[in-house]
Design a protein around this ligand. Structure first.
Ligand code: ATP
Ligand code: MG
Length: 148
């Protein structure tokens, strides 16, 4: 599997609780490479794009309300099998079922306020990166061959 990129977000609960450093530290410690990062206030329009596959679900209004409620940290991480590796580090969607040692397993209990988002495939990773980052932001940074 070649090096791939994934979109990761520390959701508003993680920023509010001061867990940005701890969460970013786990991804760094695993050996993933940080390629883009910014604090964002997720608008209703961005939330609707991000979670479009969940529209109509009973939990959708709460999900959108939560993700737009405060600043979140949007990031792009790169590495071998980055999508699957980040999903494994995050743990199960429901933190009550997430294994100890995972981000959700160690620090969350609410299924809505579950601290992190990670893309669930290569295609969603590409789609989600484009919601939160411009092409210039995605091509910038160390290791890039793009000029400014
Ligand atoms: P995320 O997409 O946020 O990384 P995930 O991929 O683990 O989480 P998804 O199935 O994509 O889980 O669901 C997106 C979000 O919707 C979850 O993080 C969770 O907050 C919420 N959600 C999903 N299923 C439920 C449910 N059954 N009840 C309440 N909230 C849910
Ligand atoms: Mg998901």
């Amino acid at each position: 599997m070649p090096v791939s990129r994934t979109f990761v977000m520390v959701k508003p609960d993680g920023v509010r609780r001061g867990l940005v450093g701890a969460i970013v530290g786990r991804l760094e410690a695993k050996g993933l490479c940080l390629r883009a990062m910014k604090l964002v206030s997720v608008s209703s329009a961005m939330a609707a794009r991000h979670y479009e596959e969940h529209r109509g679900k009973p939990y959708y209004p709460e999900l959108v309300q939560f993700i737009t409620a405060g600043p979140a940290l949007a990031m792009v991480w790169e590495g071998r099998e980055a999508v699957a590796v980040v999903r494994a580090l995050m743990g199960a969607t429901d933190p009550a079922k997430a294994a100890p040692g995972t981000i959700r397993g160690d620090w969350a209990l609410s299924i809505t306020e579950n601290l992190v988002h990670g893309s669930d495939g290569e295609e969603s990773a590409r789609r989600e990166m484009e919601i939160y980052f411009s092409p210039a932001e995605l091509s910038a940074g160390p290791g890039s061959t793009a000029s400014a």
